[in-house]
Write a protein that binds this ligand. Structure first.
Ligand SMILES: Cc1cc2nc3c(=O)[nH]c(=O)nc-3n(C[C@H](O)[C@H](O)[C@H](O)COP(=O)(O)OP(=O)(O)OC[C@H]3O[C@@H](n4cnc5c(N)ncnc54)[C@H](O)[C@@H]3O)c2cc1C
Length: 409
């Protein structure tokens, strides 16, 4: 289907079906059933099997109809595509419906105090006990861990083999006694992340994804999906947090068709159409329409947005993510420049209710989340450009023989 056909069909559907009075849970169910909420997913699983370009047409139609988007978060961006590829039929049937209709929120238990970029170094252990695995360890930077219902977990199941080979990937229930999320306050003032302490937590053997010891390859697959979702032409609308499913769906969407109350505010503001609108508003406010330097910088930002739109889906996810980070920094710098000293203000009385300041404080996070800029460059160099790999002295040593950083400091 061409992007124009997708746009036309989707617009007709959204115009006929969007009802701002519907409770959010009913709207999300309607979207999931129709396939228009996740147009790139297969028809069998709440999608339409469309390509990236056609999906952009669908997103445009949705915004034009003023309809609230499908749920957006770790569950829809990463867990669902991974389960569709390597999950068992039972896992797909149990978990995909709750992801598609937004009733079950997920978080990602990957990073640890001693294992971020070096994800293969995770120390959290999972030990088999009959039909279950007993999990002990500490995770950190777990976005949404305090309200998530389920998590994807990378844990060490075999310390006798080299680090990449002894990991397994589990789906685990967050709502159990052995899981203790403790929120961490970040510089935006919000507390979106958590430390998560796992003490004799249980994961069912049926919820092992991929084979035993295949955790690294499943995690890489999932991280690719994460990077794809962070590209510079990402829709940037949707919801990362936990919303009141009984509230009218119209509560969450603004007059311009952008989501009015969503955890991705900073991202939608610094990407694609959101960036263009923001800069237009600020330029008008600052009386800088005729200023040649501003015009030049904004032209650069516009070009990057257009290139991302044109190349989206065609470049390696790491390149897409780097492009997104660069764009976000440029938008931040230009927005702060246009605001002048007022750019230092935060809170509801600041320009645009403090939204630019919030975006500025959030920007560094994007260059770290989902793998830092340096790691993306390493991936591009090694896997795509064929440059020599970094020396890895621990590659062939059993994990148990490596010197481990202390987990609790
Ligand atoms: C907004 C946000 C959301 C996040 N959400 C989650 C989540 O939900 N779940 C989760 O598990 N994690 C999450 N994280 C954690 C994130 O994945 C890690 O912070 C990231 O992978 C970096 O790991 P680290 O913080 O341990 O830094 P380190 O790995 O200690 O890196 C420190 C510095 O060293 C550099 N460096 C490290 N190794 C290399 C190398 N080989 N070559 C060159 N430079 C290198 C890095 O680029 C970085 O500048 C989130 C982080 C952010 C910012």
């Amino acid at each position: 289907m061409t992007p124009e056909d997708a746009y036309r069909d989707a617009l007709a559907w959204f115009q006929a079906n969007w009802d701002p009075q519907l409770p959010l849970r009913d709207w999300w169910q309607r979207l999931a059933d129709s396939g228009w909420g996740f147009p790139t997913w297969p028809q069998q699983w709440f999608g339409k099997g469309l390509d990236h370009a056609a999906a952009k047409g669908v997103a445009r139609a949705r915004r034009e109809a003023g309809a609230f988007s499908a749920p957006l978060g770790i569950a829809t961006m990463m867990v669902a595509p991974t389960l569709m590829e390597v999950g068992t039929p039972e896992q797909q049937q149990r978990y995909l419906p709750g992801i598609a209709n937004g009733t079950e929120v997920w978080c990602q238990l990957f990073s640890e105090p001693g294992a971020g970029s070096d994800l293969a170094g995770v120390q959290t252990r999972a030990v088999r006990d009959g039909d279950e695995w007993v999990v002990n360890g500490q995770k950190v930077w777990t976005s949404g861990g305090h309200y998530a219902r389920f998590a994807i977990l990378v844990a060490r199941t075999n310390p006798e083999v080299p680090k990449h080979r002894g990991l397994s990937f589990f789906l685990i229930d967050m709502d159990q006694p052995g899981v203790d999320p403790r929120p961490l306050r970040q510089m935006t003032g919000d507390a979106e992340f958590n430390e998560v302490f796992l003490t004799d937590a249980r994961a069912r053997h049926q919820n092992l994804v991929g084979g035993l010891g295949d955790g690294w390859s499943v995690a890489l697959r999932l991280l690719n999906h994460e990077r794809e979702s962070l590209d510079a032409d990402a829709d940037g609308s949707g919801i990362m947090g936990d919303l009141d499913l009984d509230a009218p769906a119209g509560t969450f969407v603004g007059a311009d068709g952008r989501n009015s109350d969503d955890g991705t505010g900073p991202m939608s503001m610094a990407q694609g159409d959101g960036a263009a609108e923001l800069l237009t508003t600020l330029i008008a406010g600052a009386g800088r329409r005729g200023d040649a330097v501003t015009r030049q910088r904004v032209a650069d930002i516009h070009s990057r947005i257009r290139i991302a739109r044109y190349a989206g889906g065609a470049m390696p996810p790491s390149a897409g993510k780097l492009a997104s980070v660069t764009l976000m920094r440029k938008v931040r710098d230009e927005a702060l420049e246009l605001l002048g000293p007022a750019g230092m203000l935060s809170g509801t009385e600041a320009p645009l209710a403090g939204a630019v300041t919030e975006m500025a404080l959030w920007t560094p996070g994007l260059s770290i989340a989902g793998g830092t800029d340096e790691i993306q460059r390493n991936i591009l160099g090694e896997r795509h450009l064929g440059l020599p790999a970094e020396p890895r002295v621990d590659k062939d040593l059993p994990f148990k023989d490596l010197q481990q950083p202390s987990i609790r400091g």
